[in-house]
Unconditional design. Structure first.
Length: 406
């Protein structure tokens, strides 16, 4: 790995100059992207990984780590791997992804994670906690003022103390299981050395966890801190490397939806200023919608639907006939109603109520021929009468209703 150190040291001034003047305005955002040549991208460390691991292949994962591990059966073979993740937070991890990564390490593989924020599921499984005293600091100006001094506890390294001049959060491991954990590096916080680089034995494999991913960015590698990165990676075994750029969400994880829905709001709620910004924005949006709607919305008149008074009118007329005891008039109207419905529904002429008419009516209506014949004969008989009784009216009504309800 010394090749990487000497090579970078020679070209560091030129690379630093190119990074700072390659665009009109330098992007000082912490992006940790492998293709980014801005100060806080990881272009250099990723592209120099072949020199850091010169006897091994470096493979860039193009899918979510959960999906990759789920379908790569060759990872169960004797050829062990090193998994490397350097990001602000593992926002593409799901709970299923953490479980799959734990299984991957348990089989004898190695995982190196350098993050500002570790997923709670991983903290629980590996039994550790962190404390970030600068988690509310996110502006470029404020981060620029954060300096730090790192130390590595391995005395075999020629240089064990490294100074970083900006964006160094006071982020460290607070609690851990001393039976499975070894402290490999520290950061000075308020005059006290606290762990920022640890090794956790898990099953047949090992987790290497680091709390300052900013140390692996282009800016710090060009500021004569390449030896620190070299020393860190020297702990990893001589295996092929799986480099995770965290570019895709999982297609198959069952916990994907929950994580996707909560990740954005969780990030806002982690920072007090962003939390207030979110609440004020939502309140402003609601007030705008309320007052804007009241200003533009015209009163909408209530238009009552037209009432259908046909039934009431019919009942009124029927009651009038019943009150006058004019049963013959009601019989004639019932007969007229029946014949009109036969003409419109069955398309039959009602001029001659003969045997041929009765047969056609019975066939089209589905009624029994005898019942149809009895109804038509009753109509003919009542039509000839000058007076009709109430009983005859009721019988005719029921016969007509039964005829059409079959």
């Amino acid at each position: 790995m010394m090749i990487f150190y000497h090579k970078t040291k020679k070209i560091a001034p030129l690379l630093l100059l190119l990074v700072l003047i390659s665009c009109n305005k330098t992007n000082w955002q912490e992006n940790f992207k492998e293709k980014e040549k801005s100060p806080f991208g990881t272009y250099i460390v990723y592209n120099e990984a072949k020199n850091l691991f010169k006897n091994n292949d470096v493979f860039l994962i193009k899918e979510n780590i959960y999906d990759y591990l789920l379908f790569k059966s060759d990872l169960d073979s004797v050829f062990l791997k090193n998994y490397i993740l350097i990001k602000h937070s593992a926002n593409k991890y799901t709970d299923d992804g953490v479980t799959e990564l734990l299984s991957f390490v348990d089989r004898g593989n190695t995982a190196f994670l350098s993050l500002n924020f570790f997923k709670d599921t991983l903290k629980t499984k590996l039994n550790f906690s962190t404390n970030n005293l600068d988690k509310q600091v996110y502006s470029i100006t404020a981060l620029k003022k954060l300096k730090g001094k790192f130390q590595l506890k391995n005395n075999s390294f020629t240089n064990t103390t490294f100074e970083f001049d900006r964006n160094i959060r006071r982020n460290y491991f607070l609690q851990y299981d001393k039976t499975t954990t070894t402290v490999l590096g520290t950061i000075e916080v308020d005059g006290e050395k606290v762990p920022n680089f640890i090794k956790i034995n898990y099953g047949k494999g090992t987790f290497y966890l680091h709390t300052q991913p900013i140390a692996f960015t282009n800016y710090n590698l060009l500021k004569n801190n390449t030896e620190y990165v070299e020393n860190i990676f020297s702990y990893l075994p001589d295996n092929d490397v799986l480099w995770d750029p965290q570019i895709k969400s999982s297609k198959y994880s069952q916990s994907k939806k929950e994580d996707d829905n909560s990740s954005v709001f969780k990030f806002f709620l982690e920072h007090l200023t962003l939390t207030w910004f979110l609440f004020v924005s939502l309140a402003g949006l609601l007030l705008f919608m309320l007052f804007n709607a009241r200003r533009k919305q015209r009163p909408i008149p209530i238009i009552h639907p037209l009432k259908n008074s046909t039934v009431e009118f019919t009942q009124t007329i029927a009651n009038l006939y019943l009150k006058e005891q004019d049963h013959k008039n009601l019989v004639d109207k019932k007969i007229a109603y029946f014949l009109e419905k036969v003409r419109s529904k069955y398309l039959l002429s009602t001029t001659n109520l003969n045997a041929d008419f009765i047969e056609k009516l019975a066939a089209k209506s589905g009624n029994d021929l005898q019942r149809t014949k009895y109804l038509i004969n009753t109509i003919i008989a009542l039509n000839k009468k000058a007076e009709c009784s109430e009983e005859e009216l009721v019988v005719l009504h029921k016969m007509i209703e039964n005829f059409f309800n079959i």
